[in-house]
Design a protein around this ligand. Sequence first.
Ligand code: BES
Ligand code: ZN
Ligand code: ZN
Length: 492
Amino acid sequence: MDFFLVGTKLEDLKGDAIVIGVYKGMKLSHIGERLNHILEKKLTNFLKNIAFKAEVENVTFMPLEKTGFNYVLLTGLGEKEKLGPDEIRRASASILKKAKELKLKNISYENLGNDVFGERSIEWLVEGVLLGDYRFKKYKKEDEEAKVERINILTDQKWENFLKRGKFLAEAANFTRDLVNEPGNVIRPQDLANIAKEIAKKNGLKCTIYDEKKLKEKKMRGLLAVGQGSHHPPCFIHLAYVPPQPNRRFVIVGKGITFDSGGLNLKPEQFMKTMKCDKAGACAVLGIMKAISCLNPSCEIHGLIPAAENMPGGEAFRPDDILVFKNKKSVEIHNTDAEGRLILADALIYASDLKPEVIIDMATLTGACIVALGRFTSGIFSNDDKLLNEILKVGKECGEKFWPLPLDEDLKEEIKGTFGDIKNVGSRYGGAITAALFLKEFVDDKIKHWIHLDIAGPAYLEKPWKYYAEGATGVPVRTILNWLLKEDGTRS
Ligand code: BES
Ligand code: ZN
Ligand code: ZN
């Protein structure tokens, strides 16, 4: 699919369809003016008869004559006062879906939302189209879906930067989605390492892989324990983007469980299905590192991935095991299915040793977070409220939802160990919080800006939602990229 900025002169344009955005309660003469006055009445009558509500994701169409287009497609934008970036994404994506149904090849969008946001809206329109177009169809012999080949946007060519940005962000997310959607028999820990190496080679990043022997030297006890029940050994991946004179240093960490069977505390069948998604944090880190290296920011960015498969093989770690971590804290295993925090513990110790300004970890960490916030919202935890609020704001703009949960010290009691310092699970209550408190034990006190994102819900969908198809969403790639770029000053 190709995008073109084609200027604003409708008369010169031809194609299968022209796309017009409609606000709730909007006078339709406005639309008529743009097409031509003969159409106006026809369109108004048409709309009267079909009761078009103009809610976001409402779409309708009418065949056209005497113009360069065969159809006019209308997309609801909801109330003008409530229009935000995600309404624009949803509107552009629902049009794409309709265009595919109608087998249209070439569609021209008016610059949706431009009257409210100026030319930045192009970015969101493009994101909506590309995120909405995404399907994981590598293993399908037949592709049932029609393809839209050409997208025109009615705006001046000088706004090309916004088009590029929209593409850049959506492609980064879609890259991550492709990795997360790969099943556990295709992506093993070593495969994540190979993908990281490939990204590094192509994009001039530094890449270090620690194999099992090195993990022992580095005392990565959590990663070794979690990985030992699988035929496919664990590894630790360190990708680094280091510009000539870096002004700041950031670290991102992603949970890389290529499949989570639960280990000896085996998951019941309804919870095991979809557990290929347990590497979503890791794949987000890969997507972000790949994207960032194309932009040459002036800050240093490290991407860390502890990678393992959580399986119940003969060598598997067990309940009652006690692991002594590199920071001397001992952990009593109560449930082998709470494995994410164990591999992240090693990664957070390693991250702290890099002495960065900020650490952001992302992980499909707890079912409890989904219970607390629902399937569409990630939990966000931090020792820095200001940073947390910044990320909330960027997330909102990206259409990736986060909601703060507290690092409630009163709940620390829940993870106090009997024979070890701490245990790897708390009670039934506040499971997302006790997991975050566990992680905090491994973030050095000197790190003043730490963010933990529990993406267990939104990273992977069991049904389509908004512009996302069933499967991986790429959350939180767009939020973190946008935030990093903002921090770097690449975007004000
Ligand atoms: N990978 C799961 C969490 C998860 C659940 C991710 C649903 C995505 C969707 C994690 O390793 C896990 O199994 N957590 C347990 C922890 C429990 C044993 C304390 C959980 O949430 O049930
Ligand atoms: Zn688990
Ligand atoms: Zn897991």
